[in-house]
Design a protein around this ligand. Structure first.
Ligand SMILES: C[S@@+](CC[C@H](N)C(=O)[O-])C[C@H]1O[C@@H](n2cnc3c(N)ncnc32)[C@H](O)[C@@H]1O
Ligand code: SF4
Ligand code: SF4
Length: 380
């Protein structure tokens, strides 16, 4: 299969040229958080001139759900592991330039009991700290711990507004529990008089739940959650044998009924204005441009991505992958491992041969399969 045939639908981006370009000329989308940007004048060369500023550290790869869209439900990629506080510090200290830490990978962060200590360490370093969570463990104890921790953002993944849809996609009938947990966290923050963590609901949009997006906006308003984000479902590839569960081409909403999409988005926007809930897309896109994405086969859309120069992703076993999207975008997990920082300092891995090859391939017609399959704007 050619790279262009394997492309997923993608936003109409301003496309960088096929050659490395400097930071200011890389046509970075205006919404990108600063930490993802290249310093002015920095070229996207095979050797990265700066250390990563955005670091995803998977505090655990354990999970208590079996979501239909998640590769974790179908494939065991690495031994089960949760980072202890000391292990976390060992990992984090290898990133002296870290400005933004995202504490989820593939697993549920609240299953790591050292999380409050980990967050306190990061906040003492002045690092913006956030993670996505399935919300099923948001007990009063966690509500208070998170409200007191200094965590900047807690993003709750909810893929349906009705118990039946939620259960079908996320594999467990727990929507009522998650709603109660979120409402409790809102109340706990108010009781303690704290502004953080900022709360949001994140929905992976599929054919299964598209019609329920307006009810998710209503749910957010009812619970006191100020933001709802739509994420695009990523899948391994277009061949049936590369697909699993609901991570299948026919479940994606791209290239499907644009009239229905438009109606849903318009209803969400009207509700957003009426109820005071921000309605956004992952990557701080607006949902219309995200959900009405066009196929850009042959246009090298992945080349808009800056992550190989600004962002690192470390799994609970120390494996360094190019980004958090990549394990969702290729079946070939081993090819994503660019080094292991329990075996080698990260500063060596970052500009070692595998990383240099990854960055070199990025500017060809045949980038890594994950990049060829990638939606680029995903969960920042
Ligand atoms: C892998 S989860 C890890 C954090 C936590 N367990 C959770 O569910 O939020 C990170 C995010 O990926 C989303 N996700 C799951 N499957 C996806 C897919 N195929 N494409 C895009 N996002 C997906 C989840 O809904 C969640 O918001
Ligand atoms: S999406 Fe999150 S909650 Fe669901 S199986 Fe994957 S890691 Fe677990
Ligand atoms: S998989 Fe996507 S997000 Fe990750 S480095 Fe490649 S293009 Fe960027």
């Amino acid at each position: 299969m050619s790279a262009s045939m394997s492309l997923q639908p993608i936003e109409l981006l301003e496309q960088p040229g096929a050659q490395p370009v400097t930071g200011s000329a890389a046509r970075e989308p205006a919404f990108l958080p600063d930490a993802y940007r290249l310093p002015a004048g920095m070229a996207r060369n095979p050797v990265a001139a700066i250390q990563p500023r955005v670091v995803f550290i998977e505090v655990t790869n354990r999970c208590n759900l079996l979501c239909e869209t998640c590769p974790r439900t179908y494939f065991t990629r690495e031994p089960l592991r949760s980072l202890t506080f000391d292990e976390f510090v060992f990992v984090a200290e290898q990133f002296p330039e870290m400005q933004r830490a995202v504490l989820h990978g593939i697993g549920e962060p609240l299953l790591n009991r050292d999380l409050p200590q980990i967050i306190a360490y990061l906040k003492a370093r002045g690092v913006e700290t956030l993670f996505n969570s399935n919300g099923t463990l948001l007990t009063p104890v966690w509500q208070e711990a998170l409200a007191l921790s200094g965590l900047d953002e807690y993003r709750c993944s909810i893929d349906g507004a009705t118990p039946a849809t939620y259960a079908r996609i996320r594999g467990a009938d727990l929507l009522h529990k998650i709603e109660a947990g979120l409402a409790g966290l809102v109340q706990t923050k108010a009781r303690l008089g704290v502004a953080t963590p900022r709360l949001s609901i994140w929905c992976v949009a599929t054919q299964e739940n598209l019609a329920e997006l307006p009810d998710l906006v209503r749910m957010a308003a009812r619970l006191g959650v100020p933001e709802v984000y739509v994420q695009r479902m990523t899948f391994f590839g277009h061949e049936p044998e590369q697909q699993y569960g609901m991570a299948r081409r026919e479940m994606a909403i791209f290239g499907q009924d644009a009239v229905v999409q438009e109606q849903v988005i318009a209803e969400c926007e009207a509700l957003s204005a009426a109820l005071g809930v921000d309605f956004r897309a992952a990557g701080a896109r607006d949902p219309r441009s995200s959900l009405t994405a066009a196929m850009l086969a042959g246009d090298h859309p992945w080349q808009a991505c800056l992550r190989p120069w600004t962002t690192a992703y470390v799994t609970a076993n120390g494996n360094c992958l190019p980004c958090c999207i990549s394990p969702f975008a290729t079946y070939d997990y081993d090819s994503l491992i660019l080094g292991n920082l329990f075996e080698q300092p990260f500063s060596d891995i970052w500009n070692d041969a595998l990383y240099r090859q990854f960055r070199t391939d990025f500017f060809t017609d045949h980038p890594h399969k994950a990049c060829a399959n990638c939606g680029v704007f995903w969960s920042l």
